[in-house]
Design a protein around this ligand. Structure first.
Ligand SMILES: Cc1cc2nc3c(=O)[nH]c(=O)nc-3n(C[C@H](O)[C@H](O)[C@H](O)COP(=O)(O)OP(=O)(O)OC[C@H]3O[C@@H](n4cnc5c(N)ncnc54)[C@H](O)[C@@H]3O)c2cc1C
Length: 195
């Protein structure tokens, strides 16, 4: 049944009369993802959303599909490996959503700093390796303090040592939710906005 104003009453009737195996409450990325998973198992499922799809946290993220370079500081290599693999899946099935967006990580000489210039290079090399970044346009590099300040003049200059530039991806978070909702609906999950 198409998701439309014209079919709304029909969908509500269906949700009220049919015994569902699973009712998903919330149309953020979690609910949308669960809906797709549920539909692929063939169980009868429905999804209800009280505001609009992606109206909650799923439209308020940093908009990054990052692999979590910071986890490499504590050698959580498996976590990073998993996240970049999942990112590769999103790139493959929805290439219009993640877009390459090189990040600049400033490095400071101060207590508690996540990385030194040396350790950030090691982390970035590993990060590129795990994410299979081979295009020279996107492979990581370090830059001087002067270059960091040229690119980002509002950064604090005191104790700045330089920076690392590495590839992450930017993501249209709410669009990702909508794509998942559309696919779940296509696969016969009954979906309705409560408002
Ligand atoms: C500042 C910030 C930055 C982030 N950065 C990243 C990032 O870079 N990368 C990343 O992957 N993740 C990031 N996240 C995390 C990510 O955004 C969340 O993990 C994700 O959006 C959570 O999705 P959700 O579907 O669980 O929740 P939500 O998107 O909040 O969805 C819950 C939905 O449930 C609905 N709802 C609640 N109660 C009911 C009810 N009783 N009946 C019907 N509907 C109901 C709400 O209206 C809402 O739409 C970030 C989060 C924040 C806050």
């Amino acid at each position: 049944m198409a998701f439309s104003l014209t079919t709304r009453k029909e969908i509500i009737d269906h949700l009220q009369s049919e015994a569902l195996d699973l009712l998903i409450i919330g149309g953020g990325i979690t609910g949308a993802g669960v809906a797709i998973q549920a539909s692929s198992t063939g169980i009868k499922s429905g999804l209800i959303e009280m505001q609009d799809f992606a109206e909650g946290t799923s439209s308020r993220s940093t908009k990054l599909v990052h692999g979590g370079i910071r986890y490499l500081k504590t050698f959580d290599v498996e976590v990073v490996s998993d996240t970049v693999k999942e990112r590769a899946i999103v790139q493959r099935i929805a290439p219009h959503i993640p877009r390459p967006d090189p990040m600049l990580l400033p490095i400071y000489d101060e207590a508690g700093a996540t990385f030194s210039l040396f350790s950030v290079k090691v982390a970035m090399d590993l990060y590129d390796r795990l994410a299979n970044v081979t295009d020279p346009k996107y492979t990581n590099y370090t830059i001087s303090k002067e270059e960091v300040l040229k690119r980002e003049p509002h950064l604090k200059a005191e104790n700045l040592l330089g920076g690392g530039v590495y590839l992450d991806y930017i993501n249209n978070d709410s669009r990702l939710v909508i794509e998942n909702i559309k696919k779940a609906q296509e696969k016969r999950v009954s979906i309705i906005l409560c408002k």
